[in-house]
Design a protein around this ligand. Structure first.
Ligand SMILES: Nc1nc2c(ncn2[C@@H]2O[C@H](COP(=O)(O)OP(=O)(O)O)[C@@H](O)[C@H]2O)c(=O)[nH]1
Ligand SMILES: [Mg+2]
Length: 574
């Protein structure tokens, strides 16, 4: 594959990849990166692709400059007829005008060139339309495009001026004696210098007596800014003739220069290749900047994601802790449990009573209803803990996100994030009920053996389930007789009851399994809440591979450019 072919492929790939450079978060510089991505995209499509795919295509010379510098008057004067209407009223929102030889018309009308602009034959008040004028007296090989003002007060016009200049093989930069020191034009000229674009600078409307002084001073400024190679023309300001044109003598030098570039195919391809090579070279640091910005966006997004994940992880851990450190063994749960087992008797001498329970168990526990009350209290209390943790996690995540400007904006746009979701209370209650069913199933499965079944039936599955939950709430059934306090006593009793049915080893295993099942329920119901934060981040639609893809496109461009410009500047081609 030839170097130029590689270059075309690299441009195509870049054109496809640039849209991946998204800057949804308002990080520093995001706005200018967004417009940089846009202008790189335009430049690749408008200039690099068409130019590389047809190196011998006619040159596009874009006439750019400030408002009232005399661009339109100059274009008309070069052609010796008014094709582009000079503006008295500002801002002019007329379509840009492209003038070319009839032989070149098909090229400029094709969608290879400036495909984003609709072609028209009249000078509309529409800046997205390009008026094309075929003009037989213009030599073939070079088109003149009268662009909007680079300092237009109209944003769209200003952006179009920039887009057109970036599409050009050659800039005809028009400024005036009064305004040539202004900042905006120099911003453009600096860009031209940096890109090595072929530039002709026309200082227009010079007081005739000061022509040489102005030209001399501007030449010096150009040299200081790395543009000594720019071709400089100074044009005197005169009363315009009735045809609105500058005298032929004033523009003849410009005509000759352009005529030479158009007709000598050497000169023409040199202009095209110089500007192309310069544009490609200047893309490298711009792409680096873009990639850097994309990475910052990715980092900021993943920082937000980590904050939400960590907050919800902590919330789940908190609930799990509250459900295993004895915290739950007070209030309603404790009273309902005490109703079930009958306080006084059980708190004294539990060890001895276990034997009795084993023998007289049927008599002791007929309290199915009371067991249900325990389950109800468990359900209410544990749901409340879960709901509170969910509320706090939402609030904490929103607060932590709010520490950055972008996080704050996301929360401001989606204020419901700072609270648990409307359905969360119901979901939390469901999760707890589901866990209680898990427990009953666990106990029932464990009690399937013949001997065990009898014992389990003796205390009832509901009571055994309540006991297991109490054991879990008091920390993995590991409490010892040495432990004091109501919680310890409560759970010890529950544990002994269960052990009387299942045996010590099994109870330990059941407790571990019950705790694991609870953790799963907590995790999954909180994961639903966390997902709301994830969804908001996902909706910002950043391609996670964008930086890598852009990096690959930039690398491909670098190597293709080397191959292409080695070919293009090879001695035999010159
Ligand atoms: N007297 C005089 N008027 C000029 C000259 N060049 C431009 N103008 C006038 O200045 C105004 C702006 O010129 P125009 O060509 O539209 O400037 P543009 O905004 O750069 O395209 C128009 O009214 C022109 O007729 C000149 O050399 N002499
Ligand atoms: Mg104009």
């Amino acid at each position: 594959m030839s170097g130029v072919q590689q270059l075309i492929e690299a441009f195509d790939n870049l054109e496809r990849t640039i849209p991946a450079a998204q800057f949804p978060l308002p990080l520093d510089g995001a706005e200018s990166l967004r417009s940089l991505a846009g202008s790189i995209g335009n430049e690749v499509r408008d200039h690099l692709v068409p130019r590389a795919s047809r190196l011998d295509a006619p040159l596009l010379a874009v006439v750019g400059g400030s408002t009232g510098a005399g661009k339109s008057t100059l274009v008309n004067s070069l052609l010796r007829v008014e094709v582009s209407r000079p503006g008295v009223l500002r801002p002019t929102t007329k379509s840009p005008v492209l003038v070319c030889h009839p032989d070149d018309e098909a090229w400029f009308r094709s969608d290879r060139v400036l495909p984003g602009l609709v072609r028209t034959d009249t000078q509309f008040h529409d800046s997205r339309a390009l008026r094309i004028v075929a003009f037989p007296e213009l030599p073939p090989g070079l088109a003149l495009l009268d662009a909007p003002d680079i300092d237009s007060i109209d944003d769209i016009n200003r952006a179009l001026a920039q887009q057109l200049l970036l599409a050009a093989d050659l800039w005809l930069f028009v400024t005036s004696a009064a305004r040539y020191a202004d900042a905006v034009p120099w911003g453009y000229l600096a860009a031209a210098a940096q890109r090595n674009t072929v530039v002709g600078v026309i200082v227009n409307r010079c007081p005739p007596g000061a022509l040489n002084d102005v030209a001399g001073h501007l030449a010096q400024l150009l040299a200081e800014r790395g543009l000594s190679s720019a071709k400089l023309f100074a044009v005197a300001e005169r009363a315009l003739a009735s045809d609105g044109l500058l005298p032929m003598g004033d523009v003849i030098a410009i005509r000759q220069w352009l005529g030479h570039l158009a007709s000598a195919s050497d000169a023409r391809s040199q202009v095209a290749v110089q500007t192309l090579a310069g544009s490609v070279r200047s893309l490298a640091p711009q792409l680096d900047e873009l990639i850097d910005g994309v990475r910052q966006q990715e980092d900021a997004l993943s920082a937000l994601r980590s904050i939400s994940e960590a907050t919800y992880r902590d919330a789940a851990a908190e609930v799990a802790l509250a459900a295993s450190d004895g915290t739950m063994l007070r209030g309603e749960i404790l009273s309902r449990w005490q109703d079930l087992v009958g306080t006084g008797e059980f708190m004294r001498g539990i060890e001895e009573r276990i034997g009795a329970i084993r023998d007289r168990i049927v008599g002791w526990f007929r309290g199915e209803q009371k067991a249900e009350a325990v389950q109800g209290a468990i359900s209410d209390s544990l749901s409340a803990v879960l709901v509170e943790a969910g509320e706090r996690a939402a609030e904490d995540t929103a607060t932590a996100w709010g520490r950055t400007r972008w996080g704050r904006e996301i929360v401001a746009a989606e204020p419901s994030l700072s609270r648990a979701s409307a359905e969360f209370g119901e979901r939390a209650a469901e999760a707890v009920r589901a866990w209680q069913s898990d427990i009953l199933r666990l106990v029932a499965e464990e009690g399937r053996g013949k001997r065990m079944k009898a014992r389990l039936l003796a205390i009832g599955t509901n009571v055994a389930g309540a006991c297991l939950i109490i054991v879990v709430f008091a920390a993995t059934g590991g409490l010892t007789t040495a432990e004091v306090g109501i919680a310890g006593g409560t759970s010890l009793l529950a544990q002994r009851l269960l052990e009387a049915v299942f045996g010590e080893e099994e109870v330990r295993r059941l407790a571990v399994e019950a705790q694991r099942l609870l953790r799963d329920r907590i995790d999954s119901v909180l994961a639903g809440e966390l997902a709301r934060f994830g969804a908001v981040l996902d909706s910002l639609a950043v391609d996670g591979d964008a930086a890598a893809k852009l990096g690959a496109a930039a690398a491909q461009l670098r190597s293709a450019a080397k191959a292409a410009f080695d070919d293009l500047t090879a001695p035999e081609l010159r």
